[in-house]
Design a protein around this ligand. Structure first.
Ligand SMILES: Nc1ncnc2c1ncn2[C@@H]1O[C@H](COP(=O)(O)OP(=O)(O)OP(=O)(O)O)[C@@H](O)[C@H]1O
Length: 242
């Protein structure tokens, strides 16, 4: 059984159909990439799946066979469906440790929240000496690692990562790829929105491209990047350029 099934999910903002009848499913343990030009509906799709801040206008989202209709975002997170955001979110005035603890006390399974927080922070590479640093002092990459640790402290079965590589340098992107591989190796299923193609090609087992709210192509990444429809969607249709 797929871990996630999205059936004809749609969401409009006024006259704009931001997500328009999108259907796909993700198998347990899969690393599933999502690409598409700016404004194609990627982040909105994550909103619909996670319920943060809203679910779909129509269509169904099934997580481990369970219909998520009517569930609030925090209830969905407690089921093990956890998202991160495009801008690295952290509570600036809290310490590194307390940021992870916010995730761990919110949900998750296993040992006491404090232990889970320490484990998640160590997993993403923070040394105990960093635990007392304020989140506001961290670099962009360290804030991303902290956001990942806060998500991991919730013991996710399905992790939605929204453009984790944005704003990173090349060496940081390499480190991020290795970190996401290690998260996947724990058995977590991952949906990854990304603009950085090297990240999608390195990590995705399947890659879905959205365009203007609709599913354009879903296939192996090496096949997707050579698809003329994908190239056209990214470059625009040159025939209309004077
Ligand atoms: N809360 C909102 N209210 C109104 N319009 C919105 C809202 N959220 C998104 N949109 C619009 O919906 C469309 C899809 O936006 P979305 O952020 O999902 O695209 P995206 O593919 O994630 O883009 P990007 O790659 O730039 O992050 C865009 O036209 C956007 O302006």
């Amino acid at each position: 059984m797929p871990l996630l099934t999205v059936e004809s999910a749609s969401k409009s903002f006024g006259a704009l159909r931001a997500v328009d009848g999108v259907s796909f499913s993700v198998e347990p343990g899969e690393l599933f990439g999502i690409a598409g030009p700016n404004g194609s509906g990627k982040s909105t799709l994550f909103n619909l799946i996670s319920g943060i801040p809203f679910g779909p206008d129509s269509g169904r989202i099934l997580f481990a066979g369970e219909d998520l209709a009517g569930r609030k975002g925090h209830q969905i997170a407690r089921l093990g469906l956890v998202r991160t955001f495009q801008r690295e979110t952290a509570f600036d005035t809290l310490s590194v440790f307390d940021n992870a603890l916010m995730g761990a006390t919110y949900g998750g399974k296993g040992p006491v929240p404090e232990e889970r927080s320490a484990e998640a922070l160590a997993f993403v590479g923070f040394a105990p000496a960093d635990f007392d640093r304020k989140a506001a002092e961290l670099s962009v990459y360290d804030r991303k690692r902290l956001m990942l640790a806060s998500a991991l402290a919730l013991s996710p079965r399905l992790l939605l990562l929204d453009e984790p590589a944005s704003g990173l340098t090349k060496p940081e992107i390499e480190a991020l790829i290795a970190l996401i591989r290690r998260i996947a190796a724990t058995g977590a299923t991952i949906l990854l929105i990304e603009h950085v193609l090297t990240v999608l090609l390195a990590l995705s087992q399947r890659l879905m491209v959205l365009n203007e709210g609709s599913l354009l192509v879903l296939d192996r990444p090496d096949v997707v990047v050579r698809d003329p429809r994908v190239i056209r969607a990214y470059l625009g249709d040159r025939r209309h350029v004077a």
